[in-house]
Write a protein that binds this ligand. Structure first.
Ligand code: GCB
Length: 618
């Protein structure tokens, strides 16, 4: 019996190995690569017969009696990167399989290693190269790579990807979520060329609490000991020489006294070069400390108020996924115009263009994985997916100092299964990153008649560094008291961010500011003023993040004239017009900014006075 179990374990682990070989490429955009973006041929496979019909072989008839009941040439063409829903009206609501195919040329086979890199495919996919399955991936929003060194041929290579976005109970997100279920190869695809032994991963970040200590970890693709690794920051004239251990990892610390730390006011990045005997990679990296002290969040040793906003990875005017650098520019510049120092990237890991651009602009980020409301908490497989997604997120962005908060869940309700799931997930996150704050957003804060206070009962929150609360007073919940009299007693020993609040309004629609069903800009603006008043009564408040910057597409917003398939909680309409509530929020952030500036000047004046007095009296 024991032998059979052992054999089974062996077989299972071997099967798992087939496609899950642990290859990783950190900072892929800083490597030598060929873009495989562009027009791909596509076949819509409504009944999911493609595998049985061997579409992955992408064959054309050879002999006289030969024929195939499919052809990629001469049919649908889809842009990669891009969702299919916005590229054809027939695909607007499509959920199922689409097969993508393209050719690419490899001029010469050489001693280099090659990898196919997919920055994001929504939701699951099977990848075939030259007729053979080479990999698969599940999860729309994290990258994956497949080594193809031995599968490539000189000359023409055929790449076929089956993409499926059918919603499933065990998936993350699961069956229902408040955004469009965009399907497709929605992010960049590239063929990356690397040396035989390459730098696969590295972590170069400031210690969580110290301003003068940079922790360095470098991983090679091979487990070889005694390899020289050099990490240098030329502008700071610092260099660290390391040797790998038997696993191919090198670790060390750089003590630097003069680092200018990254912040929204001064988004300083340094060039960091990492070299080995065989490989070299360069990246711009920033350094900052983010930590919790009591009920405050400190950035670089000082309390910071989080002036945040959320947006989906969607360009409303185009009704499609954001996928390029210029899309990132559009989303983030509108966020910046509101006066933010932070963006909550809702509700999933958004593309690297957005993250890197935010970092350059000095915008802190809350990034989260799509554990949204009711997923299958009692399913082990779902838990493993969530853990993998969190690890893939952290791995992609671990050197982005803009990333200050890892969000592990949104609006989950307490139960034994949910508590166990989130506890495990949090643990998995902390195993890979100890330098950021782990957070989650909750919607279970209620007004209690007995105490006349807003309270929350959820023991899981004690495990987090900071909590987010989504509360829709004046929209989903009526006001129990005047806003000025609403007082909160929620997670009192922790920093609390209002991670969502708001209500819907159709741009250009005017009406009574006391009637929700007017869907008017006036109602929305008043709701904002009322909520901002209430927030003054949250003693542990460290910031606010309205829901949401832009109107966004949602399949369950059924009102035909006011919504028509759009969630209208945007401060900005789908056509880019600012609603009245935008100005309320903008003023609020301006005032906060001014008082923060006065506080800095006041602190400086106090310090200077102390210094002068000491000088006079000593
Ligand atoms: C929420 C969710 C968000 C929704 C929003 C709404 O609480 O976190 O994803 O879009 O409410 O508009 O209902």
């Amino acid at each position: 019996m024991k032998k059979i179990v052992a054999l089974l374990i062996c077989i299972i682990s071997l099967c798992g190995e087939t496609f899950a070989a642990e290859t990783y490429i950190s900072n892929v955009y800083g490597r030598q690569y060929e873009s495989l973006n562009g027009k791909w041929n596509a076949i819509v496979d409504l009944y999911e017969r493609g595998e049985e019909m061997k579409l992955y072989l992408n064959q054309t008839p050879q002999g006289k009696s030969d024929f195939y009941e499919y052809a990629f040439d001469g049919g649908l063409r889809l842009n990669v990167p891009g969702d299919w829903n916005s590229q054809s009206s027939e695909l607007k609501y499509f959920e199922g399989s689409v097969w993508y195919a393209r050719h690419f040329q490899l001029h010469a086979l050489d001693a280099k290693r090659r990898f196919l890199y997919f920055a994001g495919v929504s939701y699951r996919c099977n990848v075939y190269l030259n007729g053979k399955k080479i990999g698969e991936h599940e999860g729309s929003f994290t990258p994956f790579q497949i080594e193809v060194t031995d599968a490539l041929v000189q000359g023409d290579n055929t790449l076929v990807v089956e993409v499926n976005n059918r919603r499933q109970k065990s998936a993350i997100p699961a069956l229902s979520f408040d955004w469009w279920n965009y399907g497709g190869i929605t992010r960049d695809v590239m063929l990356v060329t690397l040396p035989k032994q390459y730098i696969s991963d590295y972590f170069v970040q400031l210690d969580k609490h110290r301003a003068d200590l940079v922790h360095v970890k470098v991983f090679l693709s091979e487990g070889v000991a005694n390899q020289n690794v050099c990490v240098e920051i030329p502008e700071l004239k610092r260099r660290l020489l390391l040797k790998t251990d038997a696993s191919g990892m090198a670790t060390g610390d750089l003590k630097i006294s003069k680092i200018q730390r990254w912040s929204p006011d001064f988004p300083k990045l340094y060039q960091v070069n990492i070299k080995t005997q065989c490989d070299e990679v360069t990246e711009m990296i920033g350094f900052r400390n983010v930590e919790v002290k009591g009920t405050k969040v400190h950035l670089n040793g000082k309390p910071v108020f989080l002036r945040s906003i959320s947006f989906h990875e969607e360009i409303p005017q185009r009704m499609g996924r954001a996928c390029s650098e210029s899309d990132a520019e559009m989303l983030l510049s509108e966020a910046r115009a509101l006066g933010v120092n932070m963006v909550r990237l809702a509700h999933y890991q958004q593309n690297e263009y957005i993250v890197r651009k935010a970092e350059k602009m000095g915008i802190m980020l809350w990034q989260e994985i799509p554990v949204w409301q009711a997923i299958d908490f009692s399913n082990k497989e779902t838990l493993n997916k969530a853990k993998r997604m969190l690890k893939e997120t952290i791995r992609r962005d671990q050197n982005r100092c803009a990333d200050c908060f890892w969000g592990i869940a949104n609006e989950t309700r307490p139960s034994d299964a949910r508590n166990a799931f989130l506890t495990d997930l949090l643990q998995a996150g902390k195993e890979v990153d100890t330098t950021r704050l782990f957070v989650a957003a909750f919607d279970n804060v209620y007004f209690k008649e007995k105490s006349q206070l807003f309270e929350m009962e959820d023991s899981f929150v004690n495990q987090l560094d900071m909590i987010g609360v989504n509360k829709y007073m004046g929209w989903y919940a009526p006001w129990p008291l005047e806003p000025a009299k609403c007082v909160w007693k929620v997670a009192v020993h922790k920093p609390l961010l209002i991670s969502e609040f708001g209500g819907e309004a159709l741009f250009g629609q005017h009406g009574d500011d006391t009637t929700a069903s007017s869907w008017s800009e006036e109602y929305q603006a008043k709701l904002y003023r009322d909520n901002l008043r209430m927030f003054e009564n949250i003693p542990n408040l460290v910031g606010v993040s309205p829901w949401v910057l832009f109107d966004f597409r949602s399949p369950f917003r059924f009102h035909p004239t006011n919504q028509d398939g759009w969630n209208r909680k945007g401060l900005v309409s789908d056509q880019g017009q600012r609603k009245k509530a935008w100005y309320v929020m903008h003023d609020y952030y301006q005032k906060n900014l001014k008082s923060a500036t006065y506080r800095v000047k006041w602190d400086f004046a106090c310090k200077a006075t102390k210094f002068i007095l000491l000088y006079i009296f000593l």
